[in-house]
Ligand binder design. Structure first.
Ligand code: CP
Length: 307
């Protein structure tokens, strides 16, 4: 039985295969309408979500399966003090696969150690968000046609943004990648992420405080939200939250085929005036999330792709 807790548990070949399966689903969704018939997905979300939970549920429904679950800790027996280990032991009796989001880093790993069904980490604290990374990789693959030889600018909250950490880990395995890390001093990529992935693989990278200066170099611009829920001080959050706001004016020197991404939700970091720019890919990115989760559910349930 396989779980998915960290994106690095998947080999590059497995990621490429998931992207290929998702691409086949995008082209021919009707062929997959019964791929997971009689299977049930449980979504255990101890923290808020729109895209991840609903795209997981839509994915299972479009594969012909069923869904159950909860969307906040207070509507589960976690509110009475039940442990994550006990929760998944019980829910494993009602479902074939579980997607779990939890504010505590490591909670999905604990769940996987106590579960009789596959566990998918749907985001744990500021740590990991592997299915967002799979979504990001599918988006880059669909829009740029490749996952190698790209200059990727990551902008905003690079400290608490779990999607950033997982994306750096995953993209570091491809040839010809260069990172441009754009953040204020207080929200820089943690040293362990740089050491484990960027430095360990000798990936070229630069760090910048300003977005405009580096814009012309970028093939991908990955904007992120400043993660209010991870700050200890509201004052510090308010001071940093609007450091970067992407506006049409700031895109004047960008490449014509720049791909602007954002895991969403956005708060203020991309002006809505950018939405009509053909380089804005973030809503398409959210849509791709459903297809890659369909491919992942099939893989973890060991459903053959007959197409
Ligand atoms: N990108 C993402 O994880 O969005 P949600 O928090 O809405 O699931």
């Amino acid at each position: 039985m396989r779980h998915l807790i960290d994106i690095m548990e998947l080999s590059t070949e497995e990621i490429d295969e998931l992207i290929s399966t998702a691409a086949r689903i995008i082209k021919n969704p009707m062929k997959y309408r019964e791929a997971c018939k009689y299977k049930t997905l449980a979504t255990l979300f101890f923290e808020p979500s729109t895209r991840t939970r609903l795209s997981f549920e839509a994915a299972m429904i479009e594969l012909g399966g069923s869904v159950l679950g909860f969307s906040e800790a207070n509507s589960s027996s976690a509110a009475k003090g039940e442990s994550v280990a006990d929760t998944v032991r019980v829910v494993g009796g009602y479902s074939d696969i579980i997607a779990m989001r939890h504010p505590k880093e490591g909670a999905p790993l604990v769940a996987s150690m106590n579960s009789t069904v596959p566990i998918i980490n749907a985001g744990d604290g500021g740590h990991n968000h592997p299915t967002q990374t799979l979504t990001d990789l599918l988006t880059i693959s669909q829009i740029k046609g490749r996952l190698d030889n790209l200059t990727i600018g990551l902008c905003g909250d690079l400290k608490f943004g779990r999607t950033v950490h997982s994306l750096i880990a995953a993209m570091s395995r491809y040839e010809g990648i260069r990172f441009v890390l754009i953040s204020p001093e207080e929200l820089k990529v943690p040293s362990y992420v740089k050491a484990e992935h960027i430095k360990a693989r000798g990936i070229p990278y630069t760090q910048s405080r300003t977005l405009e200066d580096v814009m012309p170099e970028l093939d991908i611009l990955y904007m992120t939200r400043v993660q209010r829920e991870r700050f200890f001080s509201e004052e510090e959050y308010l001071r940093l939250r609007d450091t970067y706001i992407l506006t049409p004016d700031k895109l004047k020197n960008a490449k014509q085929d720049l791909c602007i991404m954002h895991p969403l939700p956005r708060v203020n970091e991309i002006s809505t005036a950018v939405d009509s720019d053909p380089r804005a890919c973030y809503f398409e990115q959210a849509r791709f999330g459903k297809f890659i989760r369909m491919a992942l559910i099939m893989k973890l349930l060991e459903v053959e792709d007959e197409n």
